[in-house]
Design a protein around this ligand. Structure first.
Ligand code: CA
Length: 345
């Protein structure tokens, strides 16, 4: 009896030691990855004489819009897209900083929340701020996302993780904690627009109507490897957000269409594709957001998934995936890129 008890105790001790060592190794591995992460990735030079530097031409064609994994992606339907130009990377902190410096613009996350629009919110959630992902050590109950998403007063594009964080040395990272209003303001300043959902998806598919939808987690993208939201092995080299352009571009030369930061589109969110723009030409003309501040708050479609997309939780690392985003809520996994309707090369 005593020997059996002793063997059991020894076995238990060994199991605890092994589990402890595994946790220690995982924490150390994550810490090392943080220390080793790259702050900039070199982009290949563009052809000389491009009329729109930093953008690539997306030829027109007919897209099978949507996919079959989640209900909001359905039904798949044909939509024609005219040719347009698209930023080859997500807008970076440096690029957004130039806009802010030139215009004095203050983002939505830097303003107090309008109490008349959100009378239900407690006072601390009306302070300027953004929703930040904070990886929990465990998940309890039904796995409510409030266990890993927190409203952090003081979080904004300059302070992506909260007031104690900064973007110093991270000028090449995708700007995040921006809303559709912020993205529209940047695009107007640049003389560009925010792409429609169809434009964005057509570009993400490489403007190839023959390409079958890919459902596997991509290797050439900043996503989440491991059990979301507690274990992030970061096999792709990045625990969190990455500088733009660290992974292979798609066939058009567009970087990070999938993964890294979710990207805003100018389309108001609908529960599926049925109510989207009529089949036919997708005109990138009038914006879905009224200019000059008269914005009607709702939700817009975001595309591409982010560094938080994992097979066990959110398989939205696909061109056809989509999600709704509240118009006046800045989030630490959301950025954008701009489009331009102009003659092709
Ligand atoms: Ca990653």
């Amino acid at each position: 009896m005593t020997a059996t008890w002793r063997r059991g105790a020894l076995f238990l001790l060994a199991a605890v030691l092994v589990a402890g060592a595994a946790l220690w190794w995982a924490a150390r591995h994550t810490e090392q990855l943080h220390q080793q992460e790259r702050l900039v990735c070199a982009l290949p030079p563009q052809a000389a004489g491009s009329p729109h530097p930093g953008m690539v031409w997306v030829p027109g064609g007919t897209l099978s819009l949507g996919d079959s994994v989640y209900a909001e992606e359905m039904p798949v339907r044909p939509v024609k897209v005219n040719g347009f130009w698209l930023d080859r990377t997500e807008v970076t902190n440096d690029q957004f900083a130039a806009f802010v410096q030139a215009t004095g613009y203050r983002t939505v996350a830097e303003r107090a929340v309008d109490a008349s629009l959100h009378p239900e919110l407690p006072a601390d959630m009306r302070l300027p701020g953004a929703v930040v992902f904070i990886s929990p050590t465990s998940v309890s109950g039904q796995g409510s996302p409030t266990q890993w998403w927190r409203y952090v007063p003081g979080a904004d594009w300059r302070h992506p993780g909260g007031p104690q964080t900064s973007i110093e040395g991270r000028g090449a990272f995708a700007v995040v904690n921006v809303t559709i209003e912020d993205a529209q303001a940047y695009a107007r300043w640049k003389g560009a627009v925010i792409p429609s959902e169809a434009q964005w998806e057509w570009a993400a598919r490489g403007a190839n109507s023959q390409a079958a939808p890919v459902h596997e987690q991509p290797r050439q993208a900043n996503t989440w490897q491991g059990l979301f939201p507690v274990a992030n092995s970061a096999e792709d080299g990045f625990v969190g957000l990455a500088p733009v352009g660290c992974f292979q571009p798609n066939a058009l030369g567009l970087f990070d269409m999938i993964g890294n930061a979710w990207e805003l589109t100018r389309d108001v969110y609908t529960a599926n594709h049925t109510a989207l723009v009529p089949e036919g030409d997708v005109d990138p003309g009038p914006s879905s957001v009224r200019p000059s501040g008269a914005m009607v708050l709702g939700q817009h479609v975001i595309k591409g998934g982010s560094f938080l997309c994992a097979p066990n939780y959110c398989m939205r690392y696909r061109a056809g995936a989509r999600q709704a985003q509240d118009d006046d809520l800045a989030v630490s996994h959301l950025g954008f890129r701009t489009a331009l309707v102009a003659p092709g090369p």
